[in-house]
Design a protein around this ligand. Structure first.
Ligand code: AMP
Ligand code: MG
Length: 404
């Protein structure tokens, strides 16, 4: 019996598990998931410092018509040790420089007038103006990033600010890609009669990279037991194995058979979806095996809907399923009820709402319809007719067309 779209995905997500952590240089950690919480190693800022280029003063000396004598200079990077703001004086100070003793206020240079070694403060000042207080941003020991956080630029910045040069993140899965078929040759090799190029491996490698995992191209297995056994055995050493083709009902569709000979436990074969029905999912010693159909459109769509969420789970992400965007259907569309259909669509942002139209002939063999699509509308199994104007749930796979 075929799995439903939802049950197949749920089963996959239940079976795959998060990979162990590894320590990597902070500079390479963008987009990775932290394996444990990180805390502030010191106060941030670590000492009171000036938020402006200007003068460090005593607030009680300001607000008179008396100028202050300029006595001292603290540029950024200098120490304020031994410098004190004495009554009636001001110390020239740059942004980021430590605040000297005696000073309770910084006056920005724009609010002053200089005359030789004297400075006149033009306006009123308030105690504490333009001083960044020690620890006002983050206190030492405070948790700054929780386990499971994705490292975005701001997170990287704060970790760098505390001096973390290495971080522990969840390992990226190595994903083996095995193309199967007697008809396949690699791009660049001469094409004989009846042969086609193994294009699936390349789109899958790109999709795997895009998710943040590491593709591993295993080449082509022929449609015979020997060849499949050898290549599948190699593939099972990776964190994930993806095969394409050889899972339908043809007499040379041997992938499922050989996986069983290799004692790979099959969880399902066939999902009530279109395209992609013959997809199989199995498991051996912790390695999930996705057997995707050979048709390029089917392999890309099933990767997007089933493999991608699984890879995200292995990498430690918490949001596994892409959020749906809602778009209005431009023209009526009909399908046979019974299976979820992945409709390849072009989504346009009209400025008021999103509008989706079929990106072309929806036959599984039409690759150009996929090329033109920037979304996959997920049409519920039980429905048959879809009316123009109704809202569809769409997984974006490309940039939105925009009127801007
Ligand atoms: P199969 O699942 O073996 O019946 O293959 C379905 C269709 O996909 C056939 O037309 C194959 O030639 C094609 N196909 C299989 N593998 C690949 C591949 N790696 N790259 C491009 N097309 C493929
Ligand atoms: Mg085949």
């Amino acid at each position: 019996m075929a799995e439903s779209f939802e049950s197949a995905r749920a089963l996959i997500l239940e079976k795959v598990s998060i990979l162990p952590a590894e320590s990597i240089p902070l500079v390479e950690a963008g987009g990775r998931i932290l394996s444990s919480a990180l805390s502030a190693l010191c106060d941030l800022p670590s000492w009171d410092n000036s938020a402006m280029d200007g003068f460090a003063v005593r607030s009680q000396d300001c607000g008179t018509d008396q100028p202050l004598r300029i006595d001292g200079y603290i540029p950024a990077g200098a120490s304020a040790e031994g410098i004190q703001v004495k009554p009636g004086t001001a110390v020239r100070i740059m942004t980021g420089a430590p605040v000297p003793m005696g000073c309770d206020t910084i006056v920005p240079v724009e609010e002053t007038q200089e005359n030789g070694d004297q400075v006149f403060i033009k306006g009123a000042v308030q105690v504490g103006d333009h001083i960044r207080k020690r620890g006002e941003d983050v206190k030492q020991g405070e948790e700054v990033l929780a386990a499971g956080s994705i490292l975005l630029p701001a997170g990287i910045n704060i970790l760098a600010a505390f001096g973390y040069s290495q971080v522990a993140v969840i390992r990226r899965p190595r994903v083996a890609i095995l193309s199967t078929g007697d008809e396949l040759v690699e791009p660049g090799d001469p094409l004989g009669p009846g042969q086609i190029i193994n294009s699936n491996a390349y789109s899958l490698a790109a999709a795997i990279r895009e998710v943040g995992a590491e593709p591993l191209l295993l080449g082509i297995a022929r449609d015979d037991h020997e060849s499949l056994k050898e290549k599948l055995t190699a593939g099972l050493k990776a964190d994930v194995l993806i095969t394409t083709a050889g899972v339908s009902m043809g007499d040379r569709d041997l992938v499922c058979e050989v996986l069983q000979e290799l004692k790979v436990e099959r969880l399902f074969w066939k999902i009530d979806i279109k395209p992609g029905r013959p997809t199989a999912f199995s498991f051996k010693d912790g390695t999930p095996v996705f057997s995707l159909p050979g048709n390029p459109v089917s392999s890309m769509v099933t990767f997007e809907e089933f493999v991608r969420p699984a890879l995200l789970k292995m990498m430690g992400h918490s949001r596994l399923i892409k959020p749906y965007v809602k778009a209005r259907l431009k023209e009526n569309f009909s399908k046979k009820p019974g299976r979820v259909q992945f409709l390849r669509v072009r989504v346009v942002d009209t400025g008021e709402h999103l509008l989706a139209s079929s990106s072309g002939d929806q036959n599984t063999g039409i690759l150009s319809t996929m090329l033109r699509a920037n979304g996959i509308a997920v049409l519920p199994a039980e429905r048959g007719r879809f009316e123009a104007g109704e809202e569809l749930s769409i997984h974006l796979i490309g940039e939105l067309d925009s009127p801007y």
